[in-house]
Write a protein that binds this ligand. Structure first.
Ligand SMILES: Nc1ncnc2c1ncn2[C@@H]1O[C@H](COP(=O)(O)OP(=O)(O)OP(=O)(O)O)[C@@H](O)[C@H]1O
Length: 240
C-alpha cells in the first residue's frame, strides 16, 4: 500500500509544552479532501498549525510521504509542499490581488492561467486591492495565494469565517477542484458541518483535543445523531 501523503501518529500538540491536542492520529492521501471538524476550542487550529510547523510537536509524529517532519520549521515545510490558509486570511489590504499572487511565486509555481482556472472569480479582480474585496473574494485570494506554489498538501483553517452560508457553498467546492486538478491532499477545518461533508471524502471530529469520531463523509452525512453527540462530547471514537 502506498504511504499516505500526510500521516499524523499519536500527536500531542499545544502551547508551552502543555498539550491541548492529545493522541491524535489521522491521515490524508494524495488527491483526497479531508474535513477536520469539532466545536470551538477542540484543537483544530492547533492541529493545522502543528502540521504546518508553526507549533512544536510535543509528542507523537507528523509524517509527509513517510518522512518525519516534526520539528521542521514552517518555511522549510512550505518549500516541501505544505501550504496553509490561516484563519483570518492574513492578507495585505494595500496590495492588489495580482501583487499577492506575484509575492507568493516560487520555482515550480502554478501557471497563472491554471490558477485562474481553479479560481475564475479572481481574474475579475486582479488589479483591485485586497482591502476593497468582498469577504468571499478575500477568502478566494487567500486560497489562491496558498495555491501559487502548487502545494502537495493544502491546509485550510475555517474558510467560512464571517461569510454567509451561500458564499461558503460557492467556496468549499474549490477544495475539491484543488484535489482533482493538482492532485494535492487537502485537510480543512470547517464549522459548517453539512457543507463540509458534501465536499469531503472523509472527516475527523475532535472534541476537547481528542479524536471522537472518524469516517467516510458519505456515512457521516447519514449519522446526524452520532455527529451531534460527538460535538457535545459524549461519543466514543467510532469508525464509520
Ligand atoms: N496561543 C495559545 N496559547 C495557549 N493556549 C491556546 C493558544 N491558542 C489556543 N489555545 C487553546 O488551545 C485549545 C484549542 O484551541 P484551537 O484554537 O486549536 O481550537 P479550535 O478547535 O481551532 O477552535 P476554534 O474553532 O475556536 O478556532 C483551546 O483551549 C485554546 O484556548
Amino acid at each position: 500500500m502506498p504511504e499516505a501523503l500526510l500521516r499524523v501518529e499519536s500527536l500531542d500538540a499545544g502551547y508551552q509544552g502543555s498539550p491541548v491536542v492529545r493522541d491524535l492520529s489521522l491521515h490524508v492521501d494524495r488527491g483526497e479532501v479531508v474535513a477536520l471538524l469539532g466545536p470551538n476550542g477542540a484543537g483544530k487550529t492547533t492541529t493545522l498549525g502543528t502540521i504546518a510547523g508553526l507549533l512544536p510537536c510535543i509528542g507523537g509524529a507528523v509524517k509527509l510521504d513517510g518522512e518525519d517532519i516534526g520539528g521542521v520549521r514552517a518555511y522549510k515545510l512550505a518549500r516541501r509542499g505544505i501550504s496553509l490558509v490561516p484563519e483570518g486570511r492574513s492578507l495585505f489590504f494595500g496590495l492588489t490581488v495580482r501583487e499577492h499572487l506575484k509575492l507568493a511565486e516560487t520555482k515550480g509555481s502554478l501557471q497563472r492561467d491554471q490558477l485562474l482556472e481553479l479560481l475564475p472569480e479572481l481574474s475579475k479582480c486582479l488589479d483591485r486591492k485586497a482591502g476593497v474585496l468582498s469577504g468571499g473574494e478575500q477568502q478566494m485570494l487567500a486560497v489562491g495565494r496558498a495555491l501559487v506554489s502548487a502545494p502537495r498538501l493544502l491546509l485550510v483553517d475555517e474558510m467560512s469565517l464571517g461569510l454567509a452560508p451561500v458564499i461558503v457553498e460557492r467556496l468549499l467546492p474549490i477544495l475539491r477542484r484543488v484535489a482533482a486538478d493538482i492532485g494535492a491532499g487537502v485537510l480543512f477545518v470547517e464549522q459548517h458541518v453539512s457543507l463540509a461533508l458534501e465536499v469531503a471524502d472523509r472527516a475527523y471530529v475532535l472534541s476537547h483535543g481528542r479524536l471522537v469520531l472518524e469516517g467516510a463523509a458519505a456515512d457521516l452525512r447519514g449519522r446526524r445523531e452520532l455527529l451531534r453527540s460527538s460535538y457535545l462530547g459524549d461519543a466514543a471514537v467510532a469508525a464509520a
